[in-house]
Design a protein around this ligand. Sequence first.
Ligand SMILES: [Zn+2]
Ligand SMILES: [Zn+2]
Length: 206
Amino acid sequence: MAVPLSYCGGLAATNAYLVNLDGHRLAIDAPEGFLDFLKKKKIKPDSLLLTHGHWDHLWDAADLAAWADCPVYYHPDTAFLCLEPDSMLAFGLPQRLRPVRATQLLEESGPVPDSWSGAKLLLVPGHCPGSLCLYLPAQNQLFGGDVLFADGVGRWDLPGGDRDQLLSGIRKKILTLPGNTTVYPGHGPTTTVAREKSSNPFLLDS
Ligand SMILES: [Zn+2]
Ligand SMILES: [Zn+2]
């Protein structure tokens, strides 16, 4: 099973990943420095998925998409942040960022691009409106953005956040995946569904 290429950078130590789907290079999120990292490795992604529109995940997105000349995808509910990232200046964003236009908006139940062979999207809001997790059943991998972390969950105190929505979404859509699914989160180390199900302090009380 292929391990994705991972990168961590920017003020919030945000993770980005590059997954190879039958030769199609899908980049997941674009924190500060990810573009330079890819340039150094001479890897041009074929597409870019933004798990959600928080500034630490889309910092390099517009420049990356222009450089790689690749399509950008995100969920419609997070478009307001991608198109107006400066609205987060009051919430930790240290400088103005370029807006990121989607080539195509993706719904949880709608089709994913053909080249993302076998990928499924899970919509788990509550940390951020329109938060998408990318699930690769054949690879047993979940790219969760800021939804579920090792021993943690995404913060729910930013605009559009909702604790109950977040926790119920995680229980319904993520904890029901096979226990050996590796979770690649937006921050911190990788974990598994089984580990979080049995020991994540935010998920133990029900
Ligand atoms: Zn976030
Ligand atoms: Zn984040």
